[in-house]
Design a protein around this ligand. Sequence first.
Ligand code: ZN
Length: 250
Amino acid sequence: MTASAGVPAGGLAGVPAGGALAAVPAAGNRRSLPMPANLKFFYGPMDCGKSTLALQIDHNHARQGRCGLVLTQGDRSAAPRITTRVGMSRTAVQLNEGTDLRQVLRNEWAAGRRVDYLIVDEAQFLTAEQVEQLVGLVDGSHVDVYAFGLATDFRSRLFPGSQRLFELADTITALQVEVLCWCGRSGAFNGRVTDGALVTQGEQVLIADTAADIQGGRQAETRYQVLCRRHYRDRDLGPAPGDPDQLALT
Ligand SMILES: [Zn+2]
């Protein structure tokens, strides 16, 4: 058979493809081949809907017959599930910094359960080593990984897990649900507020929704407030710190 000029690479309609073209899988056969998997990192400030999107992606995959596992760490419910501020929830495998993610998958496979994808919520709390384990699962076992997390902590420094995800992920997406500072500007800074004042020193991880920290022998009220860069740097929590919904009128 000789190649003829003007024939498209995909062959002509109605003409069986042969020879070199046999190596190109037909559309219907793609599912039987191991497809390359991806590690996708979605990041944004607090309250930008990360957990909601995580559960939506899980739902979309499950509806297509894919089997997934949801992992979380330090979720606001302090229980092995993902909860969202809009009221959705799903049971999840609770991780800690010593969890070997490859072993979590091996346990699933040993129990006869297929895992096509992983959803990792609160991914900023992963260790760098755990991110590398995820990369191994993507490249070695063709498991898709969707990781959701904060980029920076209350000091505006990258979390180690987020840093490693920025370095290794196949795709990095800033979530587009905008969270506003009290002034109306876009907020990207996760301010930690203890007893009504912005603090920039202390433990990197403090889950304010479920815990209070001890200061001077008593329980101090700690919460988080999303701020724009200017007001984060000025430590300005706005005219009514007790009412984060209020916008300045001037
Ligand atoms: Zn502001």
